[in-house]
Design a protein around this ligand. Structure first.
Ligand code: PMV
Length: 314
């Protein structure tokens, strides 16, 4: 989108349907975009000599690229994008970011903000980048947020399609035979991915065999989940979500709040429910139908959900 010399770009949120954590260890996972929430980035020319200014509206922060430390994730994505495009960092620009994606809730807020920045900068310099290139650039920044990210967030957000993802392999897009609805319910608890992922790594180092067996089971569920989605077997998808949640409990990433929401969704008539993303806090997802969506939504709110989004996977 172009308004005068202002460039505006967006990127959606995402949820992981199957395979979180195990995906870090090479197992397949499935993630889908969530367009009801989004990150936005604008790029506009600044006054002469101002350099590049980054404005993070939600955090009420404004700083110059030059002053920001290399560990600053916004600085990192701006610098790597400009280097990739081949235009260097000497420009007078204001880059403004904002987002309706709650932070640290497994909805991919970091990857979405980075993706929106890459898109807005590439528009500004008239150098449109492919989804794969955007994904690769964002992946580098994800390391700042996550430590050892699998790459699933940047992939699903840059491609904006349901993806079947295996670390270090080319993205596989698959077909959704019968569209289905997911209720996404927020515990309201921020849970940095980096911490959950490093706790799981520590436990895996202690009990390698046990954890690898669980990861393999999760991988099998993701594979079966893909087949069920391709065949339109929605009830099977729900059953597999419940099974995936049980395995996530075993690796220690659930929490009383997540359990409360998963239970409430199932009581409300969801076909399946599980935590989504790194766990400990963040969101659960529940498979609902047109008939059960209102009741599940109500049950989730009564159980303490801070927000409920219903999104269609198609
Ligand atoms: O960003 P989140 O909270 O959706 O978590 C990402 C999923 C993990 O599998 C836990 C980590 C990763 O890098 O894939």
């Amino acid at each position: 989108m172009e308004v005068g010399s202002l460039k505006i770009a967006y990127a959606p949120g995402k949820v992981i349907l199957f395979g979180e954590h195990a995906v870090v260890y090479g197992q397949p996972a499935i993630a889908v975009p969530v367009t009801q929430v989004q990150a936005r980035a604008t790029v506009e020319p600044g006054s002469e000599g101002q350099g590049i200014t980054i404005v993070a509206e939600d955090l009420e922060q404004s700083y110059s690229l030059e002053q920001a430390p290399p560990s600053d994730a916004l600085r990192a994505i701006v610098v790597s994008t400009l280097e990739h495009i081949g235009v260097g960092t000497k420009h007078d620009l204001a880059i403004t970011v904002s987002s309706t994606i709650p932070i640290a809730r497994g909805l991919g807020s970091g990857a979405a903000i980075s993706t929106a920045i890459v898109r807005a900068l590439s528009q500004h310099f008239g150098n449109l980048l492919s989804p794969q290139t955007i994904s690769d650039l964002v992946y580098e920044t994800e390391k700042i947020y996550h430590g050892t990210p699998s790459g699933i967030d940047n992939t699903v957000i840059a491609f904006e399609k349901p993806v079947y993802f295996v670390r270090d392999q080319k993205i596989k897009i698959f077909s959704v035979k019968r569209p289905f609805l997911l209720a996404i319910a927020d515990t309201g608890i921020a849970s940095p991915t980096k911490i959950a992922v490093s706790d799981v790594r520590r436990a895996w180092k202690r009990e390698r065999e046990k954890y690898e067996e669980i990861f393999e089971e999760i991988g099998t569920i993701a594979e079966m989940g893909r087949r069920a989605i391709e065949r339109g077997e929605i009830e099977t998808v729900g059953r597999l979500m419940n099974e995936n949640h049980r395995l996530l409990q075993l690796i220690g990433v659930s929490s009383p709040e997540l359990e409360g929401l998963v239970e409430a969704a199932r009581e409300g008539g969801a076909l399946g429910a599980k935590l989504s993303g790194a766990g400990r806090g963040g969101n659960i997802i529940a498979l609902v139908t047109q008939e059960t969506r209102s009741r599940v939504d109500l049950m989730l709110r009564l159980a303490g959900a801070k927000d409920v989004i219903i999104t269609e996977v198609s």
